[in-house]
Design a protein around this ligand. Structure first.
Ligand SMILES: Cc1cc2nc3c(=O)[nH]c(=O)nc-3n(C[C@H](O)[C@H](O)[C@H](O)COP(=O)(O)O)c2cc1C
Length: 246
């Protein structure tokens, strides 16, 4: 099956989920135009995720993608936090800002609570950044008939994603905007340009490979497809759309 049939879209273009700069509005505009609109949920609470789904549905009857992070939460080190506060204090004072006494803006990984919340909506597509959730959650998501996508930045990550249940793998080349989805390495020298990573993953994987990173024109898209990509995921180019919150 090709990418469009798997995802239920007309054009092989996924609008990249971009936490902090867009919501259901951009996703609905893209899905209504025949691509796949994505709703970034990595920085949202459970209630905010549900708000996004409901609003998307009010404005589109097309398919959509919910994007979550699945990193391991680092342990909070209060000593380090206090040291930061102390360093920043003069800036807080000069700009008359009240220092935060609690941690806010946390990126919380996908878990069973979030799965419980979205299950009644049976989202057609879920995409993940930084690997995949637990095997148990992957099985549960698949039981809804949901397609699972995740980003790879190296050959090893791509192979691991396919082996652990990804139906589609995004080849996130080093040109990609935003944070990188690296989850098996933190060594920046392992990162490949989009063209090379697409060719490498295409060779290694049997699931569809989607190219991401530095793609902005129809010529770029044709080039990626010529190299074997089943489609593209585009982020930065959407940042100036009226529907984005940039
Ligand atoms: C502002 C910004 C925020 C992003 N946030 C996310 C995110 O929340 N989740 C995610 O999976 N990818 C995120 N990405 C990465 C995109 O999925 C994608 O890999 C990238 O945008 C592709 O490269 P391009 O920006 O050159 O098109 C973000 C990218 C940008 C530019």
């Amino acid at each position: 099956m090709n990418l469009c049939s798997i995802l239920g879209i007309e054009k092989p273009i996924i609008q990249a989920p971009m936490a902090g700069v867009q919501n259901w509005e951009l996703a609905a505009a893209v899905s209504n135009s025949g691509g796949l609109g994505s709703i970034p949920c990595g920085m949202l609470t459970k209630d905010q995720v549900l708000f996004e789904i409901i609003n998307f549905r009010k404005h589109s009857n097309k398919t959509y993608n919910l994007n979550f992070f699945c990193h391991k939460m680092p342990e909070i080190n209060h000593q380090t936090l206090e040291a930061w506060e102390e360093q920043l204090l003069p800036y807080y004072e000069s700009f008359s800002i009240k220092p935060l006494n609690e941690i806010s803006g946390l990126r919380v990984p996908f878990d069973a609570n979030l799965a419980d919340a979205i299950e009644p909506h049976k989202p057609p597509i879920l995409s993940f950044h930084f690997g995949l959730p637990s095997a148990e959650l992957v099985t549960r998501i698949k039981s809804w008939g949901t397609v699972i996508i995740s980003s790879a930045t190296t050959k090893e990550e791509g192979v691991w994603l396919e082996e652990n249940g990804a139906d589609i793998v995004i080849a996130q080349g080093y040109e990609a905007g935003g944070h990188r989805g690296m989850f098996m390495t933190s060594d920046a020298s392992t990162q490949l340009p989009t063209l090379e990573l697409v060719a490498c993953l295409k060779h290694e994987l049997s699931v569809p490979v989607v190219a991401a990173g530095g793609i902005a024109t129809s010529t770029d898209i044709k080039e990626m497809i010529r190299l074997g990509a089943s489609g593209v995921q585009v982020g930065t180019s959407y940042l100036l759309c009226d529907e984005a919150k940039t």
